[in-house]
Design a protein around this ligand. Structure first.
Ligand SMILES: Nc1ncnc2c1ncn2[C@@H]1O[C@H](COP(=O)(O)OS(=O)(=O)O)[C@@H](OP(=O)(O)O)[C@H]1O
Ligand SMILES: Nc1ncnc2c1ncn2[C@@H]1O[C@H](COP(=O)(O)OP(=O)(O)O)[C@@H](O)[C@H]1O
Length: 186
């Protein structure tokens, strides 16, 4: 038996939750994190806001800065995942090319990578408006908000699409958990 199997850690992977602001990415990632920790899996959430405070401090929301941000997060995620951690990444990642670069990096290193689209429509996100960004944009106090006046390239073929406006948080976490099980990661 391999050492990592004996220690009960299993194979690591990155699970990237892409979607609009207030789609539910962080909430669903935290719910899944709880389930995975309860079953003894080493899990980390690379939260977009935390990353922007430390690893990506100083970066803004231009296409170039978002691309840099996503690639940095992808780099760290792959490192952790290659050591058996299930890494949950609730980060917008609006551009398909940046997400593809992250996927390729994982593939090159033989590390698992799953793309999950948290597909809450913009009308629902703007009603939730957790951080008041949609209101600010509407009031003309902010420009370049993803999905409103900045691009969001929805994944064409995600490993899973979650309708987080039609199902509850625990249902979404359970669907993700089932995906990981189905891929032999749990
Ligand atoms: N202009 C603009 N567009 C989109 N999002 C904005 C913007 N300004 C601030 N924010 C807030 O920044 C949070 C982190 O963004 P991310 O690092 O996930 O974005 S990106 O992937 O680099 O595009 C992101 O967090 P979430 O709401 O959790 O998605 C936003 O709340
Ligand atoms: N079915 C649902 N799935 C996920 N989040 C939901 C749902 N219904 C309501 N919410 C709420 O929507 C908000 C989503 O915020 P958050 O998870 O921070 O989004 P994001 O990380 O995508 O910006 C939270 O306040 C959450 O409680």
């Amino acid at each position: 038996m391999e050492e990592r199997e004996m220690s009960g850690t299993g194979r690591g992977a990155t699970v990237w939750l892409t979607g609009l602001p207030s789609a539910g990415k962080t909430t669903i990632a935290r719910a899944l994190e709880k389930r995975l920790r309860e079953q003894g899996r080493r899990t980390e959430v690379l939260d977009g806001d935390e990353i922007r405070e430390f690893l990506s401090a100083g970066l803004g929301f231009s296409r170039q800065d978002r691309d840099t941000n996503v690639r940095r997060i992808g780099f760290v995620a792959e490192l952790l995942a290659s050591h058996g951690v299930i890494v949950l990444v609730p980060v917008i990642a609006p551009y398909a090319a940046s997400r593809e670069a992250v996927r390729e990096r994982h593939a090159k290193n033989g590390t698992g990578y799953l793309e999950v689209h948290v597909a809450t429509p913009v009308e629902v996100c703007s009603r939730r408006d957790v951080k008041g960004l949609y209101a600010k944009q509407a009031a003309g106090e902010l420009t370049g908000l993803t999905g409103v006046d900045d691009p969001y390239e929805a994944p064409a073929e995600p490993d899973l699409r979650i309708a987080a406006h039609e199902q509850g948080v625990e249902e979404s976490a359970a669907a993700l958990h089932a995906l990981l099980t189905g891929r032999g990661l749990l």
